[in-house]
Design a protein around this ligand. Sequence first.
Ligand code: GLN
Length: 235
Amino acid sequence: QARAASKKTYIIGTDQTFEPFEIQDKKGTYNGKKPGIDIEILREIAKHEGFKYELKIMSFNADVQALQSGQIDGVIAGMSVTEERKKTIDFSDSYYNDGVVLAVAKDSKIKGLKDLKGKTVNVKTGTTGSLFAESIRKKYGFKLKYYSSSNTSWADVKAGNADAAIDDGPALRYGIANGTGLKIVGKQMSNTPLAFGVKKGHNKELLAMFNHGLRWLKKTGRLQKIVNKYTGKKA
Ligand code: GLN
C-alpha cells in the first residue's frame, strides 16, 4: 500500500453517462454490474489502497469546474490530459488512449471536415471535442451547438437536428456498437490520453494512492480485464 489507509471520504466527480467510461443504471447510479471503465478502475483502486470515496455525478464541465474550485477532491470522467488543464489539475498516469473523431448519421453524405460548410456540429461543453471544434470552426465554416451530455448530442444528430458531432472516439465507437445510429468519418483528429485528476497542488496522498493502485491494476492485468469487459479490445 502507498500509505496507511486514509480516514477521509474523498468526493470524486464523474460524468453523467459517457459510455464506456460511465454507464448509469436505470436508477441513475453506478452501482450496477456494468458501471463503466472509470467506475470499476476507481472502485478497485480504492479497495486496494484502502480509501473511501463518494461519487458526485455531474456534467463533465461541472466536474472540471468543481475540481478547479476545490469543491471536490478528484475527477474520473473520461478526462483527457491536456497542457491547458495541467495549469490547474495534477493528473495521474494515464489509463486509456483517447482522441476526438467526427461522427455523422449513418445515412449522411458527409465524408469529412471539408463537407461541413454551413452545417451544424454538436459538441459537449468544456470537452476536448468542443475545444477542437472551436479551433477549426472558422476554417471549415460550420456552426456549433453545445450539450451537457454526449448521449443527447448524438441523439440529436441521429434525429437530424444537427449534421455531425465531434466527441471522443472510444465513446462514439462504443455508442455506435450499441445502436446510436451514427458512423465515424475520417481519422482520429487528436491524441489525448485519459487520467484521474486532483486540483493542482492538493490531495497529493489521493493522487499517490491512485497511481500506486493503477500500477497494480496494470501489472496484474486487471486493467486489461476491465477494458475488455466493455470493448473486447486492448486499452
Ligand atoms: N475526454 C474528453 C475531455 O476530457 C471528454 C470527457 C467527457 O466527455 N467526459 O474533454
